[in-house]
Design a protein. Structure first.
Length: 368
């Protein structure tokens, strides 16, 4: 199949991070190199320390030079951050704190996480076959820079006991802009938007519902609904096919998106995009740093490779190249190749690097 060449140059900052991050990032770089060789793309790559790796060298998870490199880039690719070796250091210097700071500094307020199952991996889903056969294909749009994670946190001692406080605050501006992302996402899909909240308890959730109703007339083609978060957690397991686009606040989205990833077969398969107001984005697989398998060449790089596809689609407006990566992944899975997390009887086990090679080979052939 002959594909159209597009002459373009983009600057990408790479943050391999910790644990399996460097291993899966290497596979993503193979894909980017293949795109440069088979299309007329040019990618200028800058690699920086971030997370625990930066803590070890600079004493902080987000060095100033890393932040500057991210600001100069058209997009950022992140492997993974964190691990037990940094759990007992100053909380403000932990790797995860660097990720929160990076999102805030770059004003990346919208996290987009698809939850879709590959037909070849239906048997890997923990859900009953009759539920999986109805289809799993929805997106969670999560607010990323507000709510509990960015509120005031304090532990006090009062009357001889400790009292902990975590503040949950959302402004109308923060809610309105993330709901617009939800509406726009739903409009390009199956035109169904579900707000997940806890409006029977939380004032902040009541404000989310009010603004949802305020925005609805602007998007008359989008069918809106609202669901309490506890019910949503149940419905994602019981009947995931009912969902198209879910929009929700920071902590609810964090929890629900991890739940959604597991019903698709493996958390190692799921990419994500963190976006701001323009086309700039930070792209990363949703899994953690998996320190237990770091350095063993066992990690699943597909979530990272599909994050490259999301970058091409959302930040670089290259849907054809994104589709080519998606198709290459599907072909490799269809031929029975699996990494350790998905390997079963009747499939062929591949290491992390071998899976990267297999997908890259399919990608190169797709342009011929």
């Amino acid at each position: 199949m002959t594909r159209k060449s597009v002459h373009m140059k983009k600057h990408i900052t790479i943050l391999p991070g910790d644990g399996i991050g460097p291993e899966i990032t290497t596979q993503a770089l193979k894909v980017l190199q293949a795109l440069q060789e088979t299309y007329s793309y040019q990618f200028e790559i800058t690699t920086c320390l971030f997370g625990g790796a930066a803590v070890d060298k600079f004493g902080m998870p987000l060095p100033a030079e890393t932040l500057r490199a991210c600001r100069r880039a058209d997009a950022v690719l992140l492997g993974a951050v964190g691990g037990p070796r940094w759990e007992n250091i100053d909380k403000n210097k932990r790797p995860e704190k660097g990720l929160l700071q990076l999102r805030k500094e770059l004003d990346l307020f919208a996290n987009i996480r698809p939850a879709a199952i590959f037909s070849e991996l239906k048997d890997a889903s923990p859900l009953r076959k009759d539920i999986v056969d109805q289809g799993i294909d929805f997106v969670i749009v999560r607010e990323l820079t507000g709510g509990l994670y960015f509120g005031q946190h304090e532990t006090l001692e009062q009357d001889g006991q400790h009292i902990a406080y975590d503040g949950l605050t959302y402004s109308e501006h923060e809610i309105r802009r993330i709901l617009r992302v939800g509406f726009e996402t739903a409009r390009k899909r199956r035109q169904k938007l579900c707000l997940v909240d806890k409006a029977n308890v939380l004032d902040s959730s009541k404000l989310w519902r009010k603004i949802l109703q305020d925005l609805a007339p602007i998007y008359p083609e989008v069918q809106i609904s609202a669901m309490y978060v506890d019910n949503a957690a149940m419905q994602i397991i019981k009947n995931p096919s009912q969902f198209d686009t879910i929009v929700t606040e920071n902590m609810f989205g964090d929890i629900l998106s991890d739940e959604a990833s597991m019903i698709t077969g493996s958390i190692g398969m799921i990419p994500s995009a963190s976006m701001g107001a323009g086309t700039f984005g930070l792209y990363e697989p949703i899994h953690g740093s998996a320190p237990d398998i770091a350095g063993t060449n066992q990690a699943n790089p597909i979530g990272m490779i599909l994050s490259v596809a999301m970058m091409l689609r959302y930040s670089f407006n290259l849907p054809e190249a994104a589709d080519a990566i998606q198709e290459s992944v599907e072909q490799v899975l269809h031929e029975g190749y699996r990494t350790a997390d998905l390997h079963t009887s009747g499939t062929q086990h591949l290491s992390c690097s071998d899976m990267g090679d297999a997908i890259t080979e399919k990608l190169c052939k797709s342009s011929m």
